[in-house]
Design a protein around this ligand. Structure first.
Ligand code: ADP
Ligand code: MG
Length: 450
């Protein structure tokens, strides 16, 4: 992942850059907004840290007008609370207090990052899939990776890139579902100066950024039909047209795409072009849901325990047998992503070095198909606990849960949001609402502000 840092931040920048580099990011640095915008037009970054004292509003507005979609994180020294709130209002996604804290940087990067996780597996079912991926990795054929949400499609795409002849070149990923249509066109193909109001200069799109390397089109079924046509042309002709461009640009890329929908169904329904489907589907890799490869559960869980202990600067922890058993009987509708979240919470909540069954908080409504809902209601400890809540509104229970979790985390909002399974922004909004209602909320980094 590529990080662009804008500003000087009283020298804290060096330390933030060092931490980011240690996490495997490539870091670029400019001191002011002008050069930053030029840098981004050249196709430069996946995430931006900007000094909170700079004019964030103008910066965010300028890049969004130019349809540059890179997430912006404001950074300030310690409790520059007012500036932090202003930064968020000006369009920054998050506020990161400095001097930089390794955990927080990791959490913030985690919230915006594309996937560069290693592919962990053990189950023979998965081993077969990985073997196929290895066999086809070195060719330049397009690959369509399908599977339920959270099964590891992006991880697999990155794995294929790493095993390919292009591994030394860039791996660029675009989430087609997360970006509105008009932005996506610029994002993929770039644009020329004057192509639309706000197009103040030429911008290089992801196709050109990925030149010589691999381009992953994530959740491709969400792409608008008009762009599907443009994409098809790009694949067939091996050249692209920048928005507002007059002559095509040649590109040399290997294309990977993912979808969690049944593509044939989308073709039948007319939402996805059949010719594009056949172009992409030269090789098909289907990732089985986690429930069909139970032998991966414990090894993945251990991997996440290690990862989140390190990320949060905690001593190494072990899963005991009871905890493993609890994981093994779960259905995991949200697949590996859900397992990862459960383990992340367990690591944060567990107070000793042994993660026991009681540290594993399973999602309430994930039940095995063969257990009736009534039975689940009785047997699910998460539900049992909440019986005390009968007679109270959802809003009240939610408020208490949020405040108790914040108290548990000594006001650390990043940790609290992770445990609660909500975004930092949602948590921040809730806190603001409670404060407005005159409710006392435990102090954290931004506290006096809201
Ligand atoms: N085999 C795996 N080994 C390690 N981590 C994995 C594996 N599969 C998925 N993950 C993790 O689970 C999460 C979801 O994976 P992702 O590739 O984004 O899923 P999808 O794209 O299918 O929704 C990511 O955080 C990823 O790192
Ligand atoms: Mg995905």
């Amino acid at each position: 992942m590529r990080l662009l840092i804008i500003g000087t931040l009283n020298g804290h920048i060096t330390e933030a850059a060092r931490i980011a580099k240690a996490k495997g990011l490539s870091v670029s640095h400019v001191e002011t907004i002008g050069p930053a915008i030029s840098f981004l037009r050249q196709g430069g970054a996946d995430v931006i840290f900007i000094d909170v004292t700079l004019d964030i509003w103008t910066f965010v507005k300028s890049i969004r007008d130019e349809r540059i979609n890179t997430p912006v994180i404001a950074c300030g020294i310690g409790h520059e609370t007012k500036l932090a709130v202003q930064a968020i209002r000006a369009g920054a996604q998050e506020y990161l207090p400095l001097p930089p804290d390794t955990d927080l940087i990791a959490a913030v990067l985690g919230s915006v990052s594309t996937n560069e996780a290693p592919l962990v597996y053990q189950d023979p079912v998965m081993a077969k899939v990985v073997k196929l991926a290895e066999q086809i990795a070195s060719s330049d054929a397009s690959v369509l990776i399908t599977g339920e949400s959270g099964t590891g499609k992006e991880v697999m795409a990155h794995f294929i890139h790493e095993k390919s002849k292009r591994s030394q070149s860039s791996f660029i990923s675009v989430n087609c579902a997360a970006i509105p249509e008009n932005l996506l066109e610029s994002e993929l193909f770039g644009h020329e100066k004057g192509a639309f109001t706000g197009a103040l200069a030429r911008r290089i799109g992801k196709f050109e950024e990925a030149d010589g390397g691999t381009l992953l089109l994530d959740e491709i079924t969400e792409m608008h039909p008009r762009l599907q046509a443009k994409l098809l042309r790009a694949i067939q002709e091996r050249e692209i047209d920048r928005v507002g461009g007059t002559k095509p640009v040649r590109v040399n890329i290997r294309l990977l795409a993912t979808s969690n929908r049944n593509m044939m169904q989308a073709v039948k329904e007319g939402t996805f072009r059949e010719d594009l489907y056949f172009r992409l589907n030269v090789v098909a890799i289907e990732i089985p849901p986690l429930r069909e490869r139970k032998n991966d559960l414990v090894i993945l869980a251990k991997h996440f325990v290690k990862k989140y202990s390190e990320v949060n600067g905690l001593d190494s922890k072990e899963l005991n047998q009871e905890a493993c058993n609890k994981l093994l009987v779960q259905t995991w509708r949200g697949n590996v992503r859900e397992l990862e979240n459960v383990i992340h919470r367990a690591v944060l909540l567990c107070e000793s070095n042994i993660i026991a069954g009681c540290d594993i908080h399973l999602p309430q409504f994930d039940v095995s198909a063969d257990i009736s809902p009534a039975h689940t209601q009785l047997s699910n400890p998460a539900v049992d606990k909440n019986v005390e809540g009968v007679g109270r509104t959802v809003a009240e229970v939610e408020r208490d849960l949020i405040i108790n979790t914040l108290t548990h985390c000594s006001g650390n909002r990043t940790h609290a949001a992770t445990i609660l399974g909500i975004s930092i922004r949602t948590l921040r909004n809730k806190i603001r609402q409670y404060r407005d209602e005159g409710i006392k909320v435990p102090d954290g980094q931004l506290d006096q502000a809201s």
